[in-house]
Design a protein around this ligand. Structure first.
Ligand SMILES: Cc1ncc(COP(=O)(O)O)c(C=O)c1O
Length: 418
């Protein structure tokens, strides 16, 4: 492999950053772990692990309830995390941030709470062919229940949304348009500002699935102009069990609760109740306090690194991978657009070898990738694929990790040629 193809030194130093991720300091099958599955879940840096550890060691108590020191500290940390996450995505009013368990729950919350009250028979919901099941199945359930219609923006063979067809679909006057910011399979970064503007002009509300965007690039929901934005904390260096729904205040205030119980009420009588203010109206029961605190620490960590620097680093890695993989691994099939239009995701196939076998052999070399349909079965169907292998990048990955992927893929070829 030639050194000329290596990108210039990035502003972010991935080698130095590796020290922040204790999990990376291990061998797998006798080889140093090469983690290339950040799109499935991110590894957690020490400040996130420490924030949760500190909470349990020093502040553990239920929030919003106790009138004692521990509970006050727990509440301050829990609500403080909301402010940190708001800042990460360009939101001033932290009360527009609703804690959920993950992007899936955030999207379901919109479908159940907003959708059940605004979508009726014959209404049109526009989605895309590249959606993760999390931004598809809740709308299918809603459409079936309400006898509404789902329409889909198709993709080109390069994995880019057909904006010309979107224009035609907007003439149907959809009530809602929901699409992913970044595809978890193709890596495609969609023109979310432009799409939001056009959807609004047609009178639709806009929901964006930001699960693959928030961890990897600057996101400013106010600049995008959308109505709702959902993402998962565990993909953004936060813990599992942490998710976010951002919504415009006036929309959240007008929506009925999703779940009922403690904390989401102001007053309860035997036959009726009054709801709490947002965001607590949507946070019934004891929340995952430590997860929120961990996600707050993750938001600080990401902001300290700089989202522009993270994006630049991952774009360099993707450009490098798209350059070396076809040259060094003859016959490999890559899916998705060019490096400028994609996040840190490369899905591929090795002809004649099932992606699960590819992933299993790679594991023998310490290289962790994902194989399957990546919760995008309709997208795989559209591309006439049953499954793909996927490498995805994080801040600590280097071109050496991609070289390790290439070397292991060559071993796959040797093994399956014999
Ligand atoms: C684009 C996209 N949306 C939604 C999800 C769902 O995330 P979670 O399983 O954390 O709810 C994922 C997870 O892979 C994703 O990649």
């Amino acid at each position: 492999m030639t050194t000329e193809t290596r990108p210039a030194t990035p502003a972010l130093d991935p080698v130095e950053l590796r020290a922040d991720f204790p999990i990376l300091d291990q061998d797998v099958h006798g080889r140093p772990l090469v983690y290339l599955d950040s799109a499935a879940t991110s590894q957690k840096p020490t400040p996130v692990i420490r924030a949760m550890d500190d909470y349990y060691r020093h502040d553990n108590a239920n929030v919003h309830r106790g009138i004692y020191q521990l509970s006050e500290r727990a509440t301050a940390a829990y609500e403080g995390a909301r402010v940190k996450v708001a800042r990460l995505i360009g939101v001033r009013d932290a009360h527009e941030i609703v804690w959920t368990r993950n992007a899936t729950e955030s999207l379901n919350l919109i479908a159940y709470s907003w959708g059940r009250h605004h979508i009726g028979r014959g209404d049109v919901i526009v989605l895309t062919e590249m959606e993760h099941h999390a931004n598809l199945v809740p709308w299918q359930i809603l459409a079936q229940e309400k006898d509404a219609d789902l329409e889909f923006i198709p993709i080109t063979d390069d994995g880019v949304l057909r904006q010309d067809v979107f224009e035609v679909l907007l003439r149907l006057k959809p009530k809602l348009v929901a699409f992913t910011h970044v595809s978890n399979m193709l890596g495609t970064i969609n023109p979310v500002e432009e799409m939001t503007r056009r959807a609004h002009e047609a009178g639709a509300l806009v929901v964006i699935d930001g699960a693959q965007a928030v961890p990897h690039m600057p996101v400013d929901v106010k600049a995008i102009g959308c109505d709702f934005y959902a993402f998962s904390g565990h993909k953004a260096m936060g813990p599992t069990g942490s998710g976010v729904l951002w919504g415009k205040r006036e929309l959240l205030e007008a929506m009925p609760p999703f779940l009922g119980g403690g904390d989401m009420i102001r007053e309860v009588h035997l036959r009726r109740s009054e709801w709490n203010d947002i965001p607590w109206k949507f946070e019934a029961g004891t929340p995952d306090i430590s997860a929120a605190i961990g996600l707050g620490a993750a938001a600080d960590y990401l902001r300290d690194l700089g989202m522009d620097a993270i994006r630049a680093h991952e774009q360099e890695l993707v450009a490098y991978a798209l350059d070396v993989l076809p040259r060094e691994v003859p016959g490999i099939e890559l899916y998705g657009p060019s490096a400028e239009q994609r996040g840190g995701v490369v899905s591929f196939n090795m002809p004649g070898v099932h992606p699960h076998d590819v992933a299993q052999v790679l594991d023998r070399f310490g290289v962790a990738i994902r194989a399957g349909h990546h919760c995008t079965m309709p997208l795989h169907e559209r591309l006439d694929l049953s499954a793909t292998a996927r490498a995805s990048f994080g801040v600590f990955n280097t071109t050496a990790d991609i070289d390790a992927l290439v070397a292991a893929l060559r071993e796959v070829q040797v093994l399956f040629a014999s």
